[in-house]
Design a protein around this ligand. Structure first.
Ligand code: AP5
Ligand code: MG
Length: 214
């Protein structure tokens, strides 16, 4: 199964993608997580990506496409995947469609997690992320057992640099300009499904499971 998660920054794409990956036993591929991992390791790609990420801007398509096309070569992608944060622009979506078509394949579902802008800034300022294992929490909605420490791997949690309110507002603007047009793109391909992302996390997940089937 090949699934794309669409939605504004902070809509819950990552949270739901992890649950989908666990249930359907497919890899969770987050371009944002890959950029952050590169940043942490101090690679050239990480340094380049940081310049854009810290400003709330998108990393250029060429860099992102090179990275994701390389990731698709990994054998774990043979049975499908859940894409989180990719594609994010029309050229990225077109490149994905083309790459899949060349193999006689296509995406199964593009799931749009719908959350109004008003809810987003509040969610992001409460988010805490583990840069070691990729887990995310929320200080109110999804607290850890020990404050500031990852339940899964025991490392210290951080507030992402791009989760500061001014940067979140910028990211929302970029989302409306560059990523929202993908809703139309996948609607026209009959792949789009919408879920109400303002519900409690488990309720959102149950709606997604209904869409994906068993
Ligand atoms: P990326 O890491 O993809 O960030 P994003 O899309 O801005 O999305 P987030 O990860 O911030 O939000 P999310 O929807 O995953 O929400 P989450 O589940 O964490 O990208 C970062 C940057 O990298 C971009 O700005 C760009 O620069 C670059 N980049 C990445 N991909 C790119 C691409 N393809 N092209 C170009 N550039 C790219 O949830 C948010 C919070 O809410 C959490 O605290 C969570 O616990 C909480 N929460 C989740 N669900 C619920 C719920 N139902 N109720 C209450 N709280 C909830
Ligand atoms: Mg995410």
């Amino acid at each position: 199964m090949k699934i794309i998660m669409l939605g504004a920054p902070g809509a819950g794409k990552g949270t739901q993608a992890k649950k989908i990956a666990d249930k359907y036993q497919i890899p969770h591929i987050s371009t944002g997580d890959i950029f952050r991992a590169n940043l942490k390791e101090g690679t050239e790609l990480g340094k380049k990506a940081k310049e854009y990420m810290d400003q709330g801007l998108l990393v250029p398509d060429e860099l992102t496409l090179e990275l994701i096309m390389d990731r698709f070569k990994n054998p774990d992608c043979a049975g499908g995947y859940v894409l989180d944060g990719f594609p994010r622009t029309i050229p990225q979506a077109e490149a994905l469609t083309k790459a899949l078509e060349e193999k006689g394949e296509s995406i199964d579902f593009a799931i749009n997690v719908e959350v109004p802008d008003e809810n987003i800034v509040n969610r992001m300022s409460g988010r805490r992320a583990c840069l070691a294992c990729g887990a995310t929490y929320h200080i109110v909605h999804i607290p850890t057992k020990v404050e500031g420490i990852c339940d899964r791997c025991g490392k210290e949690l951080v507030l992402r640099d791009d989760d500061k309110p001014e940067t979140v507002k910028k990211r929302l603007g970029v989302y409306h300009d560059q990523t929202q047009p993908l809703i139309e793109y996948y609607t026209s391909q009959n792949k789009l499904a919408e879920v109400d992302g303002t519900q409690e996390m488990e309720a959102v997940f149950q709606n997604i499971v209904k869409i994906l089937g068993a």
